[in-house]
Design a protein around this ligand. Structure first.
Ligand code: CA
Length: 361
């Protein structure tokens, strides 16, 4: 392999501890981890400082030329810079200033409308006009492997109890690039996405059902959201781009992109070793660029490391739903001790996994 080919690598980003050491930015190369601080060619002071930080935020802020320099240096790194993945512990790779969760799957929105509002139209009028979303709780986003403690809340009116309807939501998450004032035009949105993660938006359906009208999800979601430890660079997923389904009615002008794309990521939901569903992200109604353009259209500022997620990804086929509420029609929820693992793959590119075990309330 020539140096030029190696330099084209786009390895997943993360932050690891080795032994009892401090968290350090790193790239993952299959079963090895390359800690990037101190590699030859990365001595520029701002970059060197960013690579000694305990999160990737400072590096993300430096922009694509810095990211490429690190990828190139890692591809040329000596064997001594590589550590077996199994000898490292991945930590939350970013400090997340803001977390927004969308609702971009028409199949999921339809299924949930039927479950939560059986007497009303499943999908509300505004859903096709804009990618609707809610602001999540950034400080309770945790890294894969963190247990999820069964939350308490009002599960029936006036009664505080542990949720009896703990659910998972399989989603794609997008980590934002350098900080920027809004609005961000849709055709520039791609330049503001640093990479892609898997997200499990744990949900307590009984708490959610009582609280979500009129202002949307709150305590039924905010107890914990899990994300994968490794962030796949957007350019590693060039081969996974597909054209999204047609949108009817045509969206507002600020949501019309010259080049429309989705990432065709195949997801897998596993509970206690059994695969229960295989959703695909290749048919989401709203695209990541539309989500980002909408998120900032009012002038809202984007911060490096902001996370926005697709919302639950459900398909039209049986066993392609992205939540237990849809898969099992209220007959199955998560028990204490259950372990949920979400995985994602786009062709040869593995997006890793997001895993969590349910702990008692
Ligand atoms: Ca969600």
């Amino acid at each position: 392999m020539t140096t030029c080919e190696r330099s084209a690598a786009s390895l997943p980003w993360g932050v690891v501890r080795i032994g009892g050491g401090s968290p350090q930015p790193a790239l993952r190369d299959r079963d090895a981890v390359v800690v990037v601080a101190g590699l030859p060619g990365l001595q520029e002071p701002d970059l060197a400082a960013a690579l000694r930080a305990p999160t990737l935020n400072a590096l993300i802020e430096l922009g694509p030329s810095a990211w490429r320099a690190v990828q190139t240096a890692a591809a040329d790194a000596p064997a001594s810079a590589r550590t077996p993945l199994a000898a490292t512990t991945a930590v939350l790779p970013i400090r997340i200033p803001d977390f927004v969760d969308f609702y971009a799957s028409l199949e999921h929105a339809t299924n949930f409308g039927r479950i939560f509002r059986p007497s009303a139209p499943a999908v509300r009028e505004n859903w096709r006009q804009m990618p609707v979303a809610y602001h999540g709780r950034a400080s309770t986003v945790v890294v894969s492997g963190t247990p999820v403690r069964r939350p308490r809340g009002q599960t029936t009116p006036g009664v505080l109890a542990p949720t009896a309807q703990l659910d998972l939501e399989a989603e794609l998450g997008y980590v934002c690039g350098p900080s920027s004032g809004g609005p961000i035009a849709i055709d520039r949105a791609e330049a503001h996405i640093f990479g892609v993660v898997l997200v499990n938006d744990w949900s307590a359906r009984d708490i959610q059902r009582l609280e979500y009208e009129p202002l949307g999800p709150f305590l039924g979601k905010s107890f914990q959201t899990s994300m994968s430890a490794w962030i796949t660079p957007l350019d590693a997923l060039d081969g996974a781009r597909v054209a999204p389904p047609a949108q009817d009615p045509p969206p507002a002008r600020y949501l019309r992109a010259k080049d429309r794309w989705l990432l065709d990521v195949d997801l897998e939901i596993e509970i206690n070793g059994e695969i229960v569903s295989r959703p695909s992200a290749g048919r989401l109604y709203w695209t990541p660029a539309q989500m980002l353009a909408h998120l900032t259209v009012n002038g809202a500022r984007l911060s490096a490391g902001d996370l926005f997620a697709s919302g639950t990804i459900s398909g039209t086929q049986p066993h392609s739903e992205g939540s237990l509420a849809e898969l099992f029609a209220g007959q199955r929820w998560l028990d204490d001790g259950d372990e949920v693992t979400l995985r994602g793959r786009a062709g040869a590119v593995e997006l890793g996994e997001v895993r969590g075990r349910v702990a008692a309330a």
